[in-house]
Write a protein that binds this ligand. Structure first.
Ligand code: COA
Length: 310
C-alpha cells in the first residue's frame, strides 16, 4: 500500500500588499521586483494572526477535503521556521484546536524544503504500518522575521499555509520516490538572527543547481524520466529560478505551477498552496505524475515524485 495526499487545503491572509505599496515605504520599484523575481503582490497577516492561526485554517480545509475526522489523525507534522514560540510546537497547538486527540505532534525545521521533509516523513510511518492518517502542514508568517528596512529581502516574502492529509492510496498512486538533502556549509547564505539575512546571489546559484538535479535524482529512483512529468511544482521563490528548473527538466511552460506572482515566497507553504490552486484550476487529474521540488535555508532541498489520486 502506498502513501499519498488524500486531502489538501490552503489559507492565505486577506491583506494584499502590492509592489506599489512597497514603493511607498522603501527604495524599490514595481519594475525591479517584477523583472528580478516575478512577484507582483503578497499576502501579509495582521498582528493578531500568528503562524498557528494560518495553519489551523489550512488544516481544517485539508481534513474536510480528505473526508476524515480530526480524531482519525495519528500524527501532526508542521513544517515551519516561524513558529508562534519555540515551544509548545505549532503541531501541539493544532492538535488541541483541531481536537485531534489521538495524534502525536512535532514540528519540522527545514525552511522552504520543509513540506518535502514532512511528506517524506509521513510516507515512512504509513508504509511502515504504524499510522494511517498524518496531517502535514507547511506554514509561515515570514512577515514577523522580515526586516522591512532591508529591500534585498523585504520584497520577497509572504505569509500563508498549505496542509495535506497523507494516507493510504490505491496501488501505483502516491509518493513514488524522493530525494532529500542538506548542505550545512551553505547555512551562512540564508539564516535568521532577529531577521532574515540573505546572500541572494549565492542562494540563487545553489537553487538553480539543486532544483534540476534533485528532481532528476528523484525521477531516476522511480524509474521515470523527465518526459514523464505531467506537472511541475517548484518552490515559489523566484520566477527566474523556477524557469531554469523548468528548462532543465524540459517541462512546457503551461505545465509548471506559477503562483509566486500572487503570494511571493511563502517558504514551506508555497508548494501545497500551489497544488490547491492548480487543482482548483483543473490542471491536475488522477494518475498525473507530479514533481514537487523545494530548496531553502540550511541549506536544504527535497524533491518528490508522486502519482496523483487516492
Ligand atoms: N529594489 C531595488 N533594487 C534592489 C532591491 C529592491 N528590492 N533589492 C536589491 N536591489 C539592488 C541591489 O542593491 C543591487 O544594487 P547594486 O548593484 O547597486 O548593489 C542591484 O539591485 C542588483 O542586485 P543583485 O543581487 O545583482 O540582483 P539579482 O539579480 O541577483 O536579484 C535576488 C536579487 C534577491 C532577487 C536574487 O538574487 C534571488 O532571487 N536570489 C535567491 C533568493 C531566494 O530565493 N531566497 C529564498 C530562498 S528559499
Amino acid at each position: 500500500m502506498g502513501a499519498g495526499i488524500v486531502g489538501i487545503g490552503k489559507y492565505v491572509p486577506e491583506r494584499v500588499v502590492t509592489n506599489a505599496d512597497l514603493e511607498k515605504v522603501m527604495d524599490t520599484s514595481d519594475e525591479w521586483i517584477r523583472t528580478r523575481t516575478g512577484i507582483e503582490e503578497r499576502r501579509i497577516a495582521d498582528d493578531d494572526t500568528n503562524t498557528s492561526d494560518l495553519a489551523y485554517r489550512a488544516a481544517l480545509e485539508a481534513i474536510k477535503n480528505a473526508n476524515i475526522s480530526p480524531e482519525e489523525i495519528d500524527l501532526i507534522l508542521v513544517a515551519t521556521v516561524t513558529p508562534d514560540r519555540p515551544f509548545p510546537s505549532v503541531s501541539c497547538m493544532l492538535q488541541e484546536r483541531l481536537g485531534a486527540t489521538k495524534a502525536a505532534a512535532m514540528d519540522i525545521s527545514a525552511a522552504c524544503a520543509g513540506f518535502m521533509y514532512g511528506l517524506v516523513t509521513a510516507k515512512q510511518f504509513i508504509e511502515g504500518g504504524a499510522y494511517k492518517y498524518i496531517l502535514v502542514v507547511g506554514v509561515e508568517k515570514l512577515s514577523k522575521v522580515t526586516n522591512w528596512e532591508d529591500r534585498n529581502t523585504a520584497v520577497l516574502f509572504g505569509d500563508g499555509a498549505g496542509a495535506a492529509i497523507v494516507g493510504p492510496v490505491s496501488e501505483g498512486r502516491g509518493i513514488l520516490s524522493f530525494d532529500l538533502g542538506a548542505d550545512g556549509t551553505g547555512g551562512k547564505h540564508l539564516y535568521q538572527d532577529e531577521y532574515i539575512i540573505m546572500n541572494g546571489r549565492e542562494v540563487f546559484k545553489f537553487a538553480v543547481r539543486q532544483m534540476g538535479e534533485s528532481s532528476l535524482r528523484a525521477l531516476e529512483k522511480s524509474g521515470l524520466t523527465k518526459e514523464d512529468i505531467d506537472f511541475l511544482f517548484p518552490h515559489q521563490a523566484n520566477i527566474r529560478i523556477m524557469e531554469s528548473a523548468r528548462q532543465r527538466l524540459d517541462v512546457p511552460e503551461e505545465k509548471m505551477s506559477k503562483t509566486v506572482n500572487k503570494y511571493g515566497n511563502t517558504s514551506a507553504a508555497s508548494i501545497p498552496i500551489s497544488i490547491v490552486d492548480e487543482l482548483e484550476a483543473g490542471k491536475i487529474k488522477d494518475d498525473d505524475i507530479i514533481v514537487m521540488v523545494g530548496f531553502g535555508g540550511g541549506l536544504t532541498w527535497g524533491a518528490i515524485v508522486m502519482r496523483w489520486g487516492r
